[in-house]
Design a protein around this ligand. Structure first.
Ligand code: NAD
Length: 342
């Protein structure tokens, strides 16, 4: 059967908030894929998702999924602390691998993934779904065309309406606010503006003392300088309250671009002295299309023998910025990304 007609047989590891959505995408929304195996340490989730999607391969051990001969490619959506282990396992088994952001908790661990991909020659693609959002893609295209002139200021906001579950948020598992959430804004900073030169950070525990007890912060502001000389500011919050807000602005010397929206339903209610609309409840609502496009892109790259669209090097660079932002927070110093100590 020709590659164009063939359905890539995918195995999904991790069936939580995002993994379940990915399994549904791969089983039902992407014409070029089907799910032949799922894996989670929670057997109830495995049974539920496998029954829902009619999947035969049911595993509680990631090693069994990657060795399942029916599995041609692996999608990893486990907690960040497990990404390195699962990615290396899958690549060594010769299976093209997609792994959710961040690819690891530390740049050094992500480099191990990169080394394994290089030595095995197996495709590894990073999950940074904002790159597949039509708003961010169009912004990049317009900037490349010169529509806003020279980019002067990058301003990016990520706000969750409330904190995630503590088991998820634990920095030993997620990397903490600056890694888990900031990595999106740092990746898009590179996507739109080029390489980051330095970072400084202020942050604190202002809304959720229980996150402080875990060793994390819940609000932060990171200022950036870029190699181009442009400036940047990223604000991150676990206590956005009004809804999920991922928005980015690039100020150029000939115009400004703004990506993102706050309204979920296309409805505004206008009464005397008041205009009201709803808000976007969560990341799934804001980025549903981007998540599907991202996985489809991975599948098409595998089927057509094309290289990864988002590479482990992109993941490593974004982790390096997150790590530098964390060091800047702790030290109170501006951190230069070229510094050898990183
Ligand atoms: P989650 O905690 O809801 O789900 C993780 C799942 O992995 C759980 O079901 C858990 O039982 C399972 N698991 C844990 N260890 C495992 C192992 N060793 N083998 C197999 N299964 C295992 O987490 P989530 O919110 O779905 O996040 C998963 C990943 O996706 C994280 O890395 C996170 O950063 C990323 N994520 C990205 C976005 C985004 O906007 N791109 C949004 C949410 C989550």
């Amino acid at each position: 059967m020709s590659a164009a007609k063939r359905r890539l047989q995918v195995g999904v590891i991790g069936l939580g908030r995002l993994g379940r959505l990915y399994a549904q995408d791969l089983a039902a929304r992407i014409p070029e894929t089907r799910v032949v195996a799922v894996c989670d340490i929670d057997p109830l989730l495995v049974a539920e998702v496998a029954d829902e999607l009619g999947v035969r391969g049911r595993h509680s051990e990631s090693a069994d999924l990657v060795r399942n001969p029916e599995v041609e490619a692996v999608v990893i959506v486990t907690p960040t602390r497990a990404h390195r282990e699962h990615s290396v396992l899958s690549l060594r088994e010769g299976k093209p691998t997609f792994c959710e952001k961040p690819p690891a908790l530390r740049a050094s661990e992500a480099m191990e993934i990169g080394d394994t991909a290089r030595t095995t020659g197996v495709l590894f693609q990073m999950g940074f779904m904002r790159r597949f959002d039509r708003g961010y893609q169009e912004a990049r295209r317009l900037m490349t065309e010169g529509r806003i002139g020279r980019a002067v200021l990058y301003k990016s906001t990520s706000r969750d309406p409330y904190r995630p579950a503590l088991a998820f948020a634990d920095p030993r598992s997620s990397g903490g606010l600056l890694m888990d959430m900031g990595i999106h804004d740092f990746d898009i900073a590179r996507f739109l503006m080029g390489e980051v030169r330095s970072v400084s950070t202020i942050g604190g525990v202002l809304a959720y003392p229980e996150l402080g007890a875990l060793g994390d912060i819940d609000n932060a502001v990171v200022s950036l300088t870029f190699e181009s000389g442009a400036l940047g500011v990223v604000d991150l919050s676990r206590s956005g309250i009004y809804g999920y807000d991922a928005s980015t602005e690039v100020l150029g010397d000939a115009g400004t671009l703004r990506v993102g929206f706050l309204r979920e339903t296309p409805l505004q209610v206008m009464t005397r002295n008041q205009v009201v609309h709803d808000t976007v409840p969560g990341f799934v609502n804001r980025f549903a299309e981007a998540f599907t496009r991202q996985l489809r892109d991975f599948a098409l790259n595998v089927l057509h023998g094309r290289p990864a669209s988002v590479t482990i090097e992109d993941g490593i660079e974004a982790i390096r910025i997150s790590e530098a932002a964390q060091r800047a927070l702790v030290s109170g110093q501006r951190i230069d990304l070229s510094s050898a100590a990183l």
